[in-house]
Design a protein around this ligand. Structure first.
Ligand SMILES: Cc1cc2nc3c(=O)[nH]c(=O)nc-3n(C[C@H](O)[C@H](O)[C@H](O)COP(=O)(O)O)c2cc1C
Length: 191
């Protein structure tokens, strides 16, 4: 089998896309984000890599809080827009309907199937980026996105981002192909 070397500065794997929200000078602002991950389950800490100069970061520093909102494919245009323009130049406060949870300074998006409010635990600066460690305080969704009381990806339809080349694209999720920590046991049975 002949393998070829591929340009390595892109990201050829699917990333979930989210909209980060913060209150900047008392006004909601949202930016698109792909570079985040969960760090630990208990406490539920997430890591978010964010450019220091983003307007949204100003609000995160001001309040020590932020929101993460997960759009579905219906929101792809608004999601991309929030990643194209800065709140410094354009007011992004009326793109979505907004609600607040317990934190009061983390604006949450009504149209997104899943919205999370988080409190900053720590920040680590590296060149023009900040790695934010933030603890999940509450997760909000709607009955229509649940099956037997649990979030159901077939219903909430997460938006994925893949950047295999300089462009980068949004994708819908495909089909479920197996149950984690379960389907692999088939190989155990064959031993
Ligand atoms: C698909 C996509 C993914 C992005 N991911 C990130 C990211 O992970 N971190 C980041 O700092 N900026 C990311 N951006 C860029 C910001 O969303 C963009 O610069 C935005 O305009 C900043 O808005 P603000 O200045 O109002 O905060 C992404 C943009 C797009 C379109």
């Amino acid at each position: 089998m002949k393998k070829v070397k591929i340009e390595h500065k892109y990201a050829p794997f699917p990333k979930p896309i989210a909209l980060i929200g913060s209150l900047v000078d008392g006004k909601p602002n949202f930016m698109t984000i792909a570079w985040f991950n969960r760090m630990s389950m208990s406490p539920n800490i997430w890591m978010i890599s964010i450019g220091k100069n983003h307007y949204t970061f100003k609000g995160i520093k001001e309040n020590g809080t932020l929101s993460m909102n997960f759009p579905n494919p219906d929101l792809v245009i608004k999601t991309d827009y929030c990643g194209l323009v800065s709140g410094r130049e354009k007011d992004k406060s009326d793109i979505f309907s907004i609600f607040y949870g317990e934190l009061k300074t983390a604006p949450l998006i009504v149209e997104c199937p899943i919205s999370i409010e988080l409190e900053v635990v720590e920040m680590m600066e590296k060149e023009d980026l900040v790695l934010i460690f933030a603890e999940v305080k509450n997760i909000f969704s709607e009955e229509k996105y649940l099956t037997n009381g649990e979030l159901d990806p077939i219903k909430f339809k997460p938006l994925a981002f893949i950047k295999p080349n300089p462009e980068g694209y949004y994708y819908k999720l495909g089909q479920r192909v197996g149950q984690a920590w379960s389907i692999g046991t088939q190989l155990l049975k064959e031993e």
